[in-house]
Design a binder for this molecule. Structure first.
Ligand SMILES: [Zn+2]
Ligand SMILES: [Zn+2]
Length: 358
């Protein structure tokens, strides 16, 4: 590389975080491929209508409405009705219901088309002996598992973390925090579509199931003191997911979307205790600008800054995700989940024998 090229590379790196551009580039290329292939013959408008039903259809709005009431009745933390965080997450809700829906459909159809073209052999034909409900169950569980895995990579791969940290920056969590995500983070979740593509001839997830899935994930973010009793060992409850957002971390535990089985399988489950139920959430030191920071909330300005943030130059060590740092033997998680571990000390007490992911 010439000295001139080297200099321009350095000056670019001083103005933008170059790896973040690669995520945007993947998105642009995918959308371009989809556009050029006419979305593989799929019905773009029809797919968009289905996703709109999931994100902001009447049933989804009713479910969110009920959750918003439930979190007032049984709050984990007492907060004003119009807390700053709630207003900010309302902006993300509008963003999702408008611009994010077509983006996700474009990415989904393009990704599906690329898979069909490049690795057509992974798409299975109809297996006569497999009932549809069984194929749907397999797709659902595999999709949830892949979502779990991508979520872990969001915490472990720095460029992905820069897009994911927005979700973790919320200090006033509510049902609407489910929408507080960077639009480009959806690029990383595309692989969770694979089970649905592979088994499409055998069954497809009904829109209603996706509405329920979205409802469970949304409710997990609500400010509700609820652990689901024995069902909390299988399904992600608000008290379980809040530990994932805990201010004093670690945040690479309780990564599950709807099912807790993946966290249990990989020794990352930390079940709620009295101490964790009312815990504060957010990021220590506020590496990302948040609406709670200044005297005035300045919602729109903060909103723009939060969306641009992943592309801003790295502030070296100040921007790392909070992850578990210990290498202790397994069994310690059980201790922590029973409330025997000192508060905030879960980090160093859990096993990382699944080091393949780190
Ligand atoms: Zn996370
Ligand atoms: Zn979350």
């Amino acid at each position: 590389m010439t000295r001139e090229a080297n200099r321009s590379k350095h000056s670019l790196a001083s103005r933008v975080y170059v790896p973040a551009l690669s995520i945007a580039a993947v998105g642009v290329v995918l959308v371009g491929i989809g556009w050029a292939s006419r979305w593989g013959g799929a019905n773009f408008a029809g797919s968009m209508a289905s996703l709109r039903v999931v994100v902001s259809g009447p049933l989804t709005l009713a479910i969110i409405g009920v959750f918003l009431v439930v979190e007032r009745v049984r709050p984990a933390q007492q907060r004003p009705v119009f807390a700053r965080g709630y207003r900010q997450d309302l902006l993300y809700t509008v963003l999702n219901a408008t611009l994010v829906v077509p983006l996700v459909i474009a990415l989904t159809l393009s990704f599906s088309e690329v898979v069909h073209r490049t690795v057509p052999w992974i798409v299975l034909a109809r297996i006569g002996t497999v009932p549809r409900w069984a194929a749907i169950a397999v797709i659902f569980i595999a999709m949830d598992g892949l979502n779990w895995f991508v979520h872990l990579t969001n915490h472990r791969v720095r460029v992905l973390w820069r897009f994911h940290e927005l979700h973790h920056s919320q200090e006033d969590m509510s049902v609407l925090t489910v929408f507080r995500t960077h639009p480009l983070i959806h690029v990383s979740y595309l692989i969770a579509l694979l089970p649905g593509i592979v088994l499409l001839a055998n069954g497809a997830l009904p829109t209603m199931l996706l509405v329920i899935y979205g409802g469970v994930v949304a409710f997990a973010h609500s400010n509700t003191n609820l652990g689901f009793g024995p069902l909390g060992r299988i399904f992600v409850s608000p008290n379980f997911h809040r530990i994932h957002h805990k201010l004093d971390g670690p945040q690479d535990v309780n990564l599950g979307f709807a099912l807790t089985i993946w966290d249990q399988l990989f020794h990352r489950a930390v079940f709620p205790t009295e101490e964790t139920i009312r815990t504060d959430t957010g990021l220590p030191g506020r590496p990302l600008v948040v609406e709670q920071e200044a005297e005035q909330p300045r919602h729109l300005r903060v909103f723009a800054a939060q969306l641009v943030a992943p592309f801003r130059p790295m502030n070296e060590d100040a921007n790392l995700p909070s992850v578990r740092s210990g290498t202790r033997r397994s069994g310690a998680v059980d201790q922590a989940t029973r409330g025997l571990a000192p508060p905030g000390d879960v980090t160093v007490r859990v096993s990382v024998k699944e080091g393949a992911f780190t």
